[in-house]
Design a protein around this ligand. Sequence first.
Ligand code: SF4
Length: 475
Amino acid sequence: MIMSKGRILVVAPDAMAVLMALADEAYEVTVAKTFGQANYEIARSIVSGQRFRLAILDFQIGDQSGVDFMLKLRAILGDINILLLASDQEKVATALGSTFMPEALILRRANPRQPTEFNSLQTKTLLKKVAEGVRLRRLCLDTPDVQLNGWRFAQNMRGISSARLLMSEFSDGPFGEVENMIFVLTSDGRQVSMAIKPDLTNRQSIVLEMPTAVGCPIRCVTCKVHSQLNRFGQVMPCRVLTTDEMEALVFIAMSQSQAFKNLFRNNASADSLTIFFIGSGDGLVFNLHNCMELVRRLIRKETPRISFMLSTVGSKSGLQEFILKYLSLPVRLSISLNYAFKEIRKKYMPGIKRLSPEELIALGGQVSDKTGEKVIISLPVFAGVNDRWADARELVRLFTDRWHQFEFVLLVGCPGSFPGRPDTTETDVDNFRLKLVRAGMPGELLSQRETFAAYSNAALAHTRPVLKARISKKR
Ligand code: SF4
């Protein structure tokens, strides 16, 4: 019996040329004509333990990219080498950008007489690179269950080369570790960040704070997301993230973050992930279509279960569009009301001039009526700014007769948000909660989120780049 020199997966619609070139070599070759078939073969190899040493991938099959497939193999399996088949070196260089390089790139120039065959030089190069590729060994430290669930999670993801990870930093607090990832977007080199934090109401769950834009034109005075400066100190223009870019961020988080990978262990059915559109930008106001498209791409039945939350300062047209088109999607709405009075809201959230709290609440009420789910009203407390008796009474006035449609989250406004004023404490939040209850708000609708170290990406009226939070129900 001839010993196999190694298992190879060839993913190409016309694999004949590769098969002919390898015909006299003792490799065990599996062919997949599409990336869909290749997904199945990879999952099978993880389950059986019969690992492929090398994958020979077509650069592009239909509208699916071999570079994306390569990135998934590298990030999730790790111990497989890649040989990319392409006919245009320039296209490959553009697609790869500064992402991982394959072990080898074979340029396949079309031969009009024998389009499916390699010439002798190409065959020689291919044989040499394959021999090197099956020899080169890496080790993957993730267990097979993490790899298999990770592969299932990522197998249909697209556009994952549209961002790369620049750095990750951790903050350790009394309620768990928060990881802040900073990414570079491939198209224009702009940076966005995302916090991954424990969900403190459910230990088996994590929350991923998804940015939806680079910068934000709403310019809330308590948020520094909008003031993105370049190295010359000039304010950079804002732009929304594409669905591919947001999907790339989820992919990088899943392949790089240990907290995320823990969701893939042992098929634990209780494990879950919340993707919270609460990072830089306002997904509902500026980027609703792309955000909802991401939800459509990521919905799945297998573990981990994913739920989605959309945080917004509100927009009439955005909420109307959300009601009209997207209520069938499993997305929970959270409204950052922040200030009860219209004039104060306009002053501190200058980008939302036209929408009054009454209109915003009426639209939020429609969402609740149609979904049967309470809409969350987020109320960061800034001592002396929005926590007076008058604020409590106005909030109760606004929501009276709507208690069945809403629930309320109080949180400590970020220190330093209003220069010259003392920072808000948890006692201030407790006091405001009491005022609300005494003014007539049902206590069971109020929960309290305690913030630590004042870290946040955006929204929630914070001013620094990572959020550390504890949610506790005080009833
Ligand atoms: S808090 Fe949200 S809506 Fe306001 S400027 Fe920051 S990112 Fe924009």
